[in-house]
Design a protein around this ligand. Structure first.
Ligand code: UD1
Length: 368
């Protein structure tokens, strides 16, 4: 049986670039797709700009959940998405990534008896203190179709006892968006607008609770980045939660560490593409930098994306801010890791998701 009515869920910034190619591929194949935006991210710069930049149609439903504790946000998504399901009656709900909206919609769909497909299934940091790890594991448990970006995802799922028929390696949907929009992104000339020279600057993003919630750690990080900025211009498009922490704590920021508002998708992609180095705790930027061939220093103790370290341009730096300076010096001296782009990060992952979904996963189950 083919699923006839498909709901595609987006909620927070990292969802948009993963779901856009899937939604587009399903529409091109004539599927009845409903795009549902939970409203987890609601600022224009965290949400609306992505629809314009990615050429995504306006959502068919906007649930307006906003911020709150994890429990409150997850619960609000569940209640409002359940009502939306009552009206639309999806056969299949497609969720992406690891944000609270991902898990909330997967639980709702699963309990209603709709099938669930998880785009970016199988990634594991093995760090249960990360809200995203909890979301990833529980979403995979709720999902009929586990759509993985890389072989490590398949291996993790098999080790957790998932049936082989549920696991389909489709590649990395986020990289579809990179490939589709890179020329346009570069054409904007964002580095020049910011007064930066190609390969003579670094880009910083930080928002994980492990880096920004402890004020002593955040202050040490910001000081270490300030020192690096004396050697290499650093631009820091700042996530609202990080901005709030810095302002609330009255932290002094080195004037060479340039804090700017969050950027749109195209501006940020153009900025990444011509950077010398990216310093981040984001998941997606580890992957985008690998696709772009730009060295990435990940300021975390672990990564759910080990393929970016093994094959790509990523280095897992750990949590000690003292390691940032020497790592950047090494890149200034030697250029840093070049890596290779992993298999199936080829710009066609969304097409493969649509093909798997529309081929009818239930027949796959019977065959498996
Ligand atoms: C969420 C995701 C994280 C993802 C990140 C990317 C979860 C558990 N976390 O974290 O995986 O990497 O998005 O951005 O789902 N805020 C605004 N404006 C907005 C959105 C949020 O000011 O448009 C503020 C909220 O008021 C809140 C804070 O940012 O104080 C956190 O937002 P929230 O959606 O809870 O999680 P993120 O930290 O953004």
């Amino acid at each position: 049986m083919n699923p006839e009515r498909i709901a595609c869920i987006v909620g927070a910034r990292p969802n948009f670039m993963k779901m856009a190619p899937v939604h587009e591929a399903l529409r091109r194949r004539g599927a009845a797709v409903r795009l549902v935006h939970t409203g987890q991210h609601y600022d224009a710069k965290m949400s609306a700009v992505f629809f314009d930049d990615l050429g995504m149609p306006r959502p068919d439903a906007f649930l307006g959940v906003g911020s709150g504790s994890h429990a409150a946000q997850t619960a609000r998504v569940m209640e409002r998405f359940d009502e939306d399901c009552e009206a639309f009656q999806p056969d299949l709900v497609l969720v992406a990534g690891d944000v609270n909206s991902t898990l909330a919609c997967a639980i709702v769909a699963c309990k209603r008896g709709a099938a669930v497909g998880h785009v970016e299934a199988g990634l594991r940091s093995r760090d249960w203190t990360m809200p995203e790890e909890i979301n990833r594991i529980l979403t995979d448990q709720c999902s009929d179709l586990l759509l993985t970006p890389s072989a490590d995802g398949d291996a993790n799922l098999r080790a957790e006892g998932m049936a082989a028929w549920r696991i389909r390696r489709v590649g990395n949907c986020m990289i579809d968006s990179v490939r589709a929009h890179l020329d346009r992104a570069r054409g904007l000339g964002t580095p020049a607008t910011l007064g930066l020279e190609v390969r003579r600057y670094g880009v910083v993003t930080l928002h994980r609770p492990s880096n920004v919630d402890d004020l002593h750690h955040l202050a040490t990080l910001v000081a270490a980045l300030g020192q690096v900025a004396e050697r290499l211009p650093l631009v820091f498009p700042i996530h609202p939660r990080t901005q709030k922490r810095i302002v609330d704590a009255g932290l002094a920021v080195h004037p060479d560490l340039r804090l700017i508002e969050p950027l749109g998708y195209l501006e940020f992609l153009g900025l990444q593409a011509d950077a010398l180095v990216l310093l981040t705790d984001s998941g997606g930027i580890q992957e985008e930098s690998t696709a772009l061939g730009v060295p990435c220093l990940t300021l975390r103790a672990n990564t759910e994306r080990p393929i970016t370290v093994v094959e790509g341009t990523n280095t897992l730096l750990g949590t000690d801010p003292a390691s940032i300076g020497p790592a950047v010096e090494a890149i200034l001296a030697g250029g840093g890791k070049r890596g290779r782009v992993p298999d199936l990060w080829d710009g066609h992952a969304g097409e493969r998701v649509a093909d798997v979904v529309l081929a009818g996963f239930r027949t796959l189950r019977e065959a498996g």
